[in-house]
Write a protein that binds this ligand. Structure first.
Ligand code: HEM
Length: 196
Protein backbone atom coordinates (compact mmCIF):
# COMPACT_ATOMS: atom_id res chain seq x y z
CA UNK A 1 0.00 0.00 0.00
CA UNK A 2 1.63 3.24 -1.18
CA UNK A 3 -1.14 5.84 -1.58
CA UNK A 4 -3.55 6.02 1.36
CA UNK A 5 -7.33 6.38 0.72
CA UNK A 6 -7.42 10.10 1.63
CA UNK A 7 -4.56 10.91 -0.75
CA UNK A 8 -6.32 9.06 -3.59
CA UNK A 9 -9.60 10.80 -2.81
CA UNK A 10 -7.68 14.09 -2.82
CA UNK A 11 -6.09 13.33 -6.21
CA UNK A 12 -9.22 12.33 -8.10
CA UNK A 13 -11.33 15.08 -6.47
CA UNK A 14 -8.66 17.58 -7.52
CA UNK A 15 -8.82 16.30 -11.12
CA UNK A 16 -12.63 16.56 -11.11
CA UNK A 17 -12.95 20.00 -9.52
CA UNK A 18 -10.05 21.55 -11.46
CA UNK A 19 -11.65 20.60 -14.78
CA UNK A 20 -15.10 21.61 -13.54
CA UNK A 21 -13.72 25.07 -12.72
CA UNK A 22 -11.70 25.27 -15.95
CA UNK A 23 -14.55 24.24 -18.24
CA UNK A 24 -17.32 26.28 -16.56
CA UNK A 25 -15.61 29.64 -16.59
CA UNK A 26 -18.83 31.62 -16.63
CA UNK A 27 -22.19 30.09 -15.77
CA UNK A 28 -25.31 31.01 -13.85
CA UNK A 29 -24.99 28.45 -11.04
CA UNK A 30 -21.45 29.70 -10.37
CA UNK A 31 -20.04 26.22 -10.75
CA UNK A 32 -16.71 27.89 -11.49
CA UNK A 33 -16.59 29.60 -8.11
CA UNK A 34 -17.74 26.61 -6.07
CA UNK A 35 -15.36 24.26 -7.86
CA UNK A 36 -12.52 26.76 -7.29
CA UNK A 37 -13.25 27.03 -3.54
CA UNK A 38 -13.28 23.22 -3.37
CA UNK A 39 -9.85 23.10 -5.09
CA UNK A 40 -8.57 25.58 -2.48
CA UNK A 41 -9.93 23.44 0.38
CA UNK A 42 -8.41 20.31 -1.16
CA UNK A 43 -5.03 22.05 -1.38
CA UNK A 44 -5.23 23.15 2.26
CA UNK A 45 -5.97 19.54 3.19
CA UNK A 46 -2.92 18.41 1.12
CA UNK A 47 -0.62 20.86 2.93
CA UNK A 48 -1.68 19.39 6.28
CA UNK A 49 -1.51 15.81 4.94
CA UNK A 50 2.02 16.50 3.69
CA UNK A 51 3.03 16.90 7.33
CA UNK A 52 0.84 14.41 9.24
CA UNK A 53 -0.23 12.00 6.47
CA UNK A 54 0.92 8.48 5.64
CA UNK A 55 4.58 7.78 4.82
CA UNK A 56 4.63 8.42 1.05
CA UNK A 57 2.23 11.37 1.32
CA UNK A 58 4.64 13.34 3.52
CA UNK A 59 6.74 16.09 1.97
CA UNK A 60 9.72 14.76 3.91
CA UNK A 61 9.41 11.48 1.96
CA UNK A 62 9.54 12.96 -1.53
CA UNK A 63 10.96 16.50 -1.59
CA UNK A 64 14.47 16.32 -3.11
CA UNK A 65 16.96 18.83 -4.52
CA UNK A 66 16.47 20.19 -8.09
CA UNK A 67 19.81 18.52 -9.02
CA UNK A 68 18.32 15.13 -8.06
CA UNK A 69 15.23 15.83 -10.15
CA UNK A 70 17.31 16.76 -13.23
CA UNK A 71 19.49 13.68 -12.79
CA UNK A 72 16.39 11.48 -12.67
CA UNK A 73 15.02 13.17 -15.83
CA UNK A 74 18.29 12.49 -17.67
CA UNK A 75 18.12 8.86 -16.57
CA UNK A 76 14.45 8.64 -17.56
CA UNK A 77 15.21 9.69 -21.14
CA UNK A 78 18.19 7.35 -21.38
CA UNK A 79 16.04 4.51 -20.02
CA UNK A 80 18.20 3.95 -16.92
CA UNK A 81 16.07 5.61 -14.22
CA UNK A 82 15.58 3.65 -11.01
CA UNK A 83 12.17 2.65 -9.79
CA UNK A 84 10.73 4.49 -6.78
CA UNK A 85 7.92 3.23 -4.60
CA UNK A 86 6.75 6.76 -3.66
CA UNK A 87 7.06 9.78 -5.97
CA UNK A 88 10.19 9.72 -8.13
CA UNK A 89 12.50 12.82 -7.97
CA UNK A 90 11.16 14.34 -11.22
CA UNK A 91 7.56 13.58 -10.31
CA UNK A 92 8.02 15.16 -6.91
CA UNK A 93 9.36 18.43 -8.43
CA UNK A 94 6.44 18.48 -10.88
CA UNK A 95 3.95 17.85 -8.06
CA UNK A 96 5.35 20.70 -5.96
CA UNK A 97 5.20 23.17 -8.88
CA UNK A 98 1.69 21.89 -9.73
CA UNK A 99 0.48 22.35 -6.13
CA UNK A 100 1.95 25.89 -5.96
CA UNK A 101 0.44 26.84 -9.33
CA UNK A 102 -2.96 25.44 -8.28
CA UNK A 103 -2.73 27.32 -4.99
CA UNK A 104 -2.02 30.65 -6.75
CA UNK A 105 -4.86 29.99 -9.23
CA UNK A 106 -7.43 29.09 -6.56
CA UNK A 107 -6.36 31.87 -4.19
CA UNK A 108 -6.36 34.60 -6.87
CA UNK A 109 -9.82 33.39 -7.99
CA UNK A 110 -11.09 33.63 -4.43
CA UNK A 111 -9.68 37.19 -4.25
CA UNK A 112 -11.51 38.13 -7.47
CA UNK A 113 -14.82 36.97 -6.01
CA UNK A 114 -14.01 38.82 -2.79
CA UNK A 115 -13.54 42.04 -4.77
CA UNK A 116 -17.10 41.59 -6.06
CA UNK A 117 -18.24 41.20 -2.44
CA UNK A 118 -18.75 37.43 -2.37
CA UNK A 119 -16.97 34.35 -1.04
CA UNK A 120 -14.95 33.66 2.10
CA UNK A 121 -12.57 36.63 1.66
CA UNK A 122 -15.29 39.25 0.98
CA UNK A 123 -14.80 42.53 2.88
CA UNK A 124 -11.29 41.62 3.97
CA UNK A 125 -7.86 43.09 3.15
CA UNK A 126 -8.03 41.82 -0.48
CA UNK A 127 -10.84 44.28 -1.35
CA UNK A 128 -8.26 47.03 -1.91
CA UNK A 129 -5.99 44.98 -4.20
CA UNK A 130 -5.77 46.00 -7.91
CA UNK A 131 -8.40 43.87 -9.65
CA UNK A 132 -6.82 43.85 -13.12
CA UNK A 133 -3.49 42.54 -11.76
CA UNK A 134 -5.20 39.76 -9.77
CA UNK A 135 -7.22 38.87 -12.88
CA UNK A 136 -4.04 38.60 -14.99
CA UNK A 137 -2.41 36.43 -12.32
CA UNK A 138 -5.49 34.18 -12.17
CA UNK A 139 -5.66 33.74 -15.94
CA UNK A 140 -1.93 33.14 -16.35
CA UNK A 141 -1.73 30.51 -13.60
CA UNK A 142 -4.87 28.65 -14.66
CA UNK A 143 -3.38 28.18 -18.15
CA UNK A 144 0.07 27.41 -16.72
CA UNK A 145 -1.54 24.75 -14.50
CA UNK A 146 -3.14 23.17 -17.56
CA UNK A 147 0.29 22.92 -19.24
CA UNK A 148 1.74 21.38 -16.06
CA UNK A 149 -1.09 18.83 -15.99
CA UNK A 150 -0.29 17.77 -19.57
CA UNK A 151 3.41 17.36 -18.65
CA UNK A 152 2.36 15.51 -15.45
CA UNK A 153 0.23 13.00 -17.37
CA UNK A 154 2.95 12.49 -20.04
CA UNK A 155 5.46 11.92 -17.19
CA UNK A 156 3.17 9.37 -15.56
CA UNK A 157 2.76 7.51 -18.88
CA UNK A 158 6.52 7.56 -19.66
CA UNK A 159 7.46 6.28 -16.20
CA UNK A 160 4.76 3.61 -16.39
CA UNK A 161 6.19 2.41 -19.72
CA UNK A 162 9.80 2.44 -18.49
CA UNK A 163 9.05 0.43 -15.34
CA UNK A 164 6.30 -1.68 -16.93
CA UNK A 165 4.01 -0.61 -14.11
CA UNK A 166 0.56 1.00 -14.32
CA UNK A 167 0.98 4.11 -12.12
CA UNK A 168 -2.56 5.34 -12.85
CA UNK A 169 -3.95 2.05 -11.51
CA UNK A 170 -1.75 2.50 -8.42
CA UNK A 171 -3.32 5.93 -7.86
CA UNK A 172 -6.75 4.19 -7.97
CA UNK A 173 -6.03 1.08 -5.87
CA UNK A 174 -3.26 2.61 -3.76
CA UNK A 175 -1.06 -0.44 -4.31
CA UNK A 176 2.27 -1.05 -6.05
CA UNK A 177 4.26 -4.28 -6.25
CA UNK A 178 7.06 -4.65 -3.71
CA UNK A 179 10.71 -4.39 -4.66
CA UNK A 180 11.92 -8.01 -4.34
CA UNK A 181 14.67 -7.09 -1.84
CA UNK A 182 12.52 -4.48 -0.01
CA UNK A 183 15.49 -2.09 -0.18
CA UNK A 184 14.17 0.80 -2.24
CA UNK A 185 11.08 1.81 -0.38
CA UNK A 186 11.66 5.53 -0.27
CA UNK A 187 12.74 8.34 -2.54
CA UNK A 188 16.42 9.08 -2.15
CA UNK A 189 17.23 5.39 -1.80
CA UNK A 190 16.72 4.22 -5.40
CA UNK A 191 16.03 0.62 -6.21
CA UNK A 192 18.96 -0.90 -8.10
CA UNK A 193 17.44 -4.27 -8.96
CA UNK A 194 15.76 -5.34 -12.19
CA UNK A 195 12.61 -3.40 -13.04
CA UNK A 196 10.58 -6.40 -14.14
C1 HEM B 1 -6.44 11.87 -15.81
C2 HEM B 1 -5.23 12.32 -15.74
C3 HEM B 1 -4.30 12.03 -14.59
C4 HEM B 1 -3.64 10.89 -14.30
C5 HEM B 1 -3.69 9.58 -15.06
C6 HEM B 1 -2.85 11.13 -13.12
C7 HEM B 1 -2.06 10.21 -12.48
C8 HEM B 1 -1.29 10.44 -11.38
C9 HEM B 1 -0.42 9.48 -10.76
C10 HEM B 1 -0.20 8.06 -11.26
C11 HEM B 1 0.17 10.08 -9.71
C12 HEM B 1 1.21 9.44 -8.80
C13 HEM B 1 2.54 9.71 -9.43
C14 HEM B 1 3.61 8.86 -8.84
O1 HEM B 1 3.51 7.62 -8.94
O2 HEM B 1 4.58 9.43 -8.28
C15 HEM B 1 -0.34 11.41 -9.62
C16 HEM B 1 0.00 12.32 -8.65
C17 HEM B 1 -0.50 13.60 -8.60
N1 HEM B 1 -1.34 14.19 -9.50
FE1 HEM B 1 -2.17 13.32 -11.09
N2 HEM B 1 -3.04 12.42 -12.72
C18 HEM B 1 -3.92 13.00 -13.59
C19 HEM B 1 -4.39 14.27 -13.54
C20 HEM B 1 -4.06 15.20 -12.59
C21 HEM B 1 -4.59 16.52 -12.53
C22 HEM B 1 -5.63 17.09 -13.51
C23 HEM B 1 -4.03 17.12 -11.45
C24 HEM B 1 -4.25 18.49 -10.93
C25 HEM B 1 -5.37 19.15 -11.07
C26 HEM B 1 -3.14 16.16 -10.83
C27 HEM B 1 -2.39 16.39 -9.70
C28 HEM B 1 -1.61 15.47 -9.08
C29 HEM B 1 -0.93 15.70 -7.82
C30 HEM B 1 -0.97 16.99 -7.02
C31 HEM B 1 -0.26 14.53 -7.53
C32 HEM B 1 0.54 14.25 -6.28
C33 HEM B 1 -0.31 13.42 -5.37
C34 HEM B 1 0.09 13.74 -3.98
O3 HEM B 1 1.11 13.26 -3.48
O4 HEM B 1 -0.64 14.55 -3.41
N3 HEM B 1 -3.19 15.00 -11.54
N4 HEM B 1 -1.22 11.62 -10.65
Amino acid sequence: MVWDPLLRLFHWSLVFFFFLAYLFESDQLNLHGHAGYTVLLLLLFRLVWGVIGSRHARFSDFVVSPANSFLYLKQLFSGTANRHIGHNPAGSAMILVLLISLLITAFSGTCLFAMEGSGPLANTFVSSWPGHVVEEVHEFFSNFTLILIIVHVVGVLLTSLLHKENLTKAMITGEKRRNPDLSGNCVGKPYHGKNV
